[in-house]
Design a protein around this ligand. Structure first.
Ligand SMILES: Cc1cc2nc3c(=O)[nH]c(=O)nc-3n(C[C@H](O)[C@H](O)[C@H](O)COP(=O)(O)OP(=O)(O)OC[C@H]3O[C@@H](n4cnc5c(N)ncnc54)[C@H](O)[C@@H]3O)c2cc1C
Length: 232
């Protein structure tokens, strides 16, 4: 998969701090952006620890994603407070060859790896044949598998990103969306290190929210997300 941060609110921490300062002081609008960096950092740490997260909604981040499976994008778009633009399977046909994701468990299986590829080839052949016979792409696509890759642009505000990371960076999340979420976090954390200081699965900032389904590796997970490399 390939993920790029296409654009984002300039100086996200400045904007969030300004919005928060408006709530807690009688600062004029003109003075909102004027505080020194040190003061801003202390202020941001305070509002983050108070859980006053609505101020994170004033900043947004747009990502371009390609090479993820439709299985992954379907999970992604369940996050309703984000905006999406996804490559259409109605208007963009894969007449040459659709590309597909092969999970490691299948790629490494002597029993299934070859058959998986054969099935993809067969599906592709049938799909191409239907297109050639004049079946519209919007109908031929019904045969395409979850494995078929897609491209999507996704925009999330800071608060939704934190929520997304809490669910999808968790080891309980499916591996492909987990990899996507971690890469997105790696892209935004250097831009707003205070806003995203505690970003990651729920256990990074508190108890594991998964209860009996916990992965049981809290120490390891915390170490991974507190490290600047995020386990990359
Ligand atoms: C490990 C895992 C397993 C999953 N398994 C399944 C599964 O088997 N089947 C399945 O269908 N889904 C499954 N999901 C998807 C899950 O149910 C959610 O749809 C998805 O994670 C989006 O979460 P969300 O609704 O909190 O996020 P968002 O849609 O991003 O919403 C963010 C927050 O906004 C609030 N919100 C948004 N919309 C509303 C609303 N209409 N009303 C009230 N509050 C709202 C909620 O507080 C919500 O948490 C799974 C997710 C995970 C992480």
């Amino acid at each position: 998969m390939k993920i790029e941060l296409l654009t984002h609110t300039p100086e996200p921490e400045l904007v969030v701090a300004a919005a928060a300062r408006l709530c807690y002081s009688n600062s004029s609008i003109e003075a909102l952006l004027e505080k020194s960096r040190d003061e801003r950092e202390a202020f941001l740490e305070k509002i983050t620890s108070l859980g006053h997260l609505s101020v994170f909604e004033h900043v947004s981040f747009s990502f371009g994603v390609e090479g993820i499976s439709r299985a992954c994008s379907h999970q992604l778009v369940r996050h309703r407070l984000a905006s999406y633009s996804q490559q259409s399977q109605r208007y963009v046909s894969h007449s040459k060859r659709f590309s597909a994701v092969t999970p490691d468990s299948i790629a490494g299986s002597p029993q299934f790896a070859e058959r998986y590829q054969q099935m993809l080839d067969e599906i592709h052949g049938f799909y191409a044949e239907m297109l050639e016979a004049g079946i519209p792409a919007e109908d031929a696509r019904f045969i395409l598998p979850n494995a078929a890759t897609t491209k999507i642009v996704v925009t999330m505000n800071g608060r939704e990103l934190l929520h997304f990371f809490s669910l999808r960076c968790c080891r309980r999340a499916q591996w492909e969306i987990q990899a996507l979420a971690k890469q997105m976090l790696q892209l935004v954390k250097p831009l707003a290190p205070i806003l995203f200081a505690k970003a990651g699965p729920g256990c990074v900032s508190g108890a594991c929210p998964e209860g009996a389904l916990t992965c049981g590796a809290i120490k390891e997970v915390r170490a991974e997300f507190n490290a600047s490399s995020l386990g990359a």
